[in-house]
Ligand binder design. Structure first.
Ligand SMILES: [Zn+2]
Length: 64
């Protein structure tokens, strides 16, 4: 189970200031922003945003 290849690409939102980062989520549930250990505000608490691989540039295509 502890296979590093099982990480998911997610968006992580800082629970303190709301900044969103590209991140990886491990099967254990840990969310780690890519390229940094914490938010620019100093928080290390992130929640994942499950976008199913949606690219931020694809927001214009987001429809109901
Ligand atoms: Zn923050």
């Amino acid at each position: 189970m502890a296979n590093r290849d099982d990480v998911s690409r997610v968006l992580a939102k800082c629970v303190t200031c709301g900044s969103v980062y590209a991140a990886r989520q491990w099967p254990s549930g840990d969310v780690q922003p890519i390229g940094s250990d914490n938010c620019s505000c100093g928080s290390t608490d992130f929640c994942s945003i499950d976008e199913s691989g949606t690219d931020p540039a694809a927001n214009d295509r987001n429809k109901e």
